[in-house]
Design a protein around this ligand. Structure first.
Ligand code: FAD
Length: 490
């Protein structure tokens, strides 16, 4: 019997649930990846033909094909509407089952349901597996069998589940070597060719200059490098100027490394007492990831609305004034150096440090009074690691509208955040060279610097660096008024 494995956000050969199950149960296993025009065309229509994620996927696909070939298989690569291509390919191959991994995003779930229905009508089975998280959907529930909506008790239950007798099962890799002989090479000469980026309508980006290596190879080398530093993670991860985090998010997004590999590594270190505090903190971040996937699964309305419905009543800034504020934030022209440097990091590299995501998001919402959904969309368009679940969770956290959010009256002060987490202005100077000569004392709020200091540093506020868009103290008061509507409802 013949089956087809449909690769999506799981671009690897090793420890791949769907591939493992397909190889175990079929004698001829074909593999396919579809460059889905439903996803890519809107980018092209918006003139966004240089997208780091598309280039990353493309290069990862080339690597995936090569790796599959080493085992006697290969990747069929198509370009078109995936929901049509998969059923057509099934017919062409005479496949009796399609294997894939669960996707939890609302649109992907709709697409998968529609494909599964088409396949069922043609007598082909749809088999889908948990792969991108350790625990999914209903696997971690409260004592009352309800989904959690607060992180800490969820995390405790998650850790307890792993410590249970069958816990190790959840971290076990899915081997393929034993069954690899069941891999089938692509059938026709046309399927032997992977379309070039240009043929897909896209251009090369600065991915290479940024030293982002796609594919399993890139993921493995980042992990190797991070494990040397994991002992310092707990402390170092908060400071954007230093190499603290793993930078693995883009690889987790596209599945060029498995979450089990990462969680198992951290869990073992925690238990063996090697770099235990760093490993524990990092594992906790991986649990946040599971948590937000679970939230999105149970509450798909968060993709458009506040998790807490009362918060949809907040009146955000609107009209031309709001557009102006928003554009200045996007361009890194707010006059608050840490916020601006953060936005420039995003615009130039597609990455933004976690601390800065919190600061920049809070600034947009609580200093500029802009609807968090605008910022969420901007991050979605620009983050290399954009993931609906984590991005939405992060934005709703910052807006205080989500589960486990900051209370609305706790408002980040962009100046003290800057003084605390970029004390000597190293990160700011990296992205805002025009401020480089200003001393550490004033680099966090240049408009408060004495005129002489500004002059000596060659800074002309309003000319080569903007004046602040708002005064934080005033903005804070306005935000408290804006959020009062929620307090009234509550
Ligand atoms: P590390 O510190 O090495 O963490 C390891 C992994 O844990 C990350 O790769 C990620 O998969 C996961 N992780 C870490 N923090 C979180 C978190 N708070 N929530 C969920 N998972 C987490 N992360 C994304 O992967 N995609 C997004 O689109 C995204 N948008 C965000 C938007 C906002 C407003 C905020 C505040 C956070 C967002 N995050 C997002 C979470 C976090 O900022 C990134 O995962 C992290 O910065 C990625 O860098 P890293 O891989 O070096 O992280």
């Amino acid at each position: 019997d013949t089956s087809l494995v449909w690769f999506r956000r799981d671009l690897r050969v090793f420890d791949h649930a769907a591939l493992h199950h397909a190889l175990k149960s079929s004698k001829a296993v074909f593999c396919v990846f579809v460059f889905d025009t439903e996803i890519l065309q809107p980018l092209l229509d918006a003139g966004l033909s240089a997208d780091r994620r598309v280039e990353f996927i493309h290069a990862s696909i080339v690597e995936l094909d090569l790796e599959l070939r080493k085992f006697g298989g290969g990747l069929i690569v198509r370009h078109g509407v995936a929901a049509d291509i998969i059923p057509a390919l099934v017919q062409q191959l005479g496949a009796t089952a399609v294997f894939s991994n669960h996707d939890y995003e609302p649109q992907a779930r709709q697409r998968d349901d529609s494909v599964a229905n088409k396949l069922a009508a043609a007598g082909c089975a749809w088999r889908s597996f948990k792969d991108q998280v350790i625990f999914e959907c209903d696997e971690i529930l409260t004592l009352a069998s309800r989904p959690f909506s607060v992180f800490t008790p969820y995390k405790n239950a998650w850790m307890r589940r792993l410590a249970a007798a069958d816990g190790p099962f959840f971290l076990k890799p899915y081997p393929i070597e034993k069954y690899a002989e069941n891999l089938a090479p692509p059938i026709s000469a046309t399927d032997d060719n992977i379309p070039s980026l240009r043929q897909l309508g896209f251009e090369k980006t600065n991915l290479r200059t940024l030293k982002i290596t796609p594919g399993m190879r890139g993921a493995a080398s980042l992990l190797e490098d991070f494990l040397l530093r994991i002992g310092q993670y707990e402390e170092a991860r908060n400071f954007p100027a230093i190499k603290g985090p793993s930078y693995l998010s883009i690889h987790l997004r596209f599945g060029t490394i498995s979450i089990r590999t990462l969680a198992r590594t951290a869990y073992q270190m925690l238990h063996q007492g090697t770099a235990a505090s760093g490993a524990a903190t990092w594992l906790s971040e991986l649990i946040w990831r599971d948590f937000y996937f679970m939230i999105l699964y149970h509450h798909p309305h968060v993709a458009q609305h506040a998790f807490k419905p009362d918060y949809d009543a907040i009146q955000w800034e609107s009209g031309a004034h709001a557009q102006l504020l928003f554009q200045a934030w996007c361009d890194g022209r707010t006059g608050y150096p840490l916020v601006d440097a953060a936005m420039l990091q995003l615009n130039q590299s597609g990455y933004m440090h976690n601390r800065l995501r919190m600061v920049a998001a809070s600034f947009l919402i609580k200093d500029l009074g802009i609807d968090w959904r605008w910022g969420e969309r901007y991050f979605a368009a620009h983050l290399n690691d954009f993931d609906l679940a984590a991005n939405n969770g992060g934005w709703q956290w910052a807006a205080s509208s989500g589960c486990d959010a900051q209370p609305y009256f706790r408002i980040f002060n962009p100046i003290t955040q800057s003084e605390k987490f970029d004390e000597d202005g190293k990160f700011i100077r990296r992205y805002l060279p025009q401020l480089a000569a200003l001393g550490n004392k004033h680099i966090h709020a240049p408009w408060l610097a004495p005129a002489q200091d500004l002059q000596n540093a060659g800074i002309r506020l309003g000319e080569n660096y903007p004046l602040p868009l708002v005064q934080h103290d005033d903005a804070r008061k306005l935000t408290l008024q804006r959020y009062a509507v929620v307090k009234k409802i509550a």
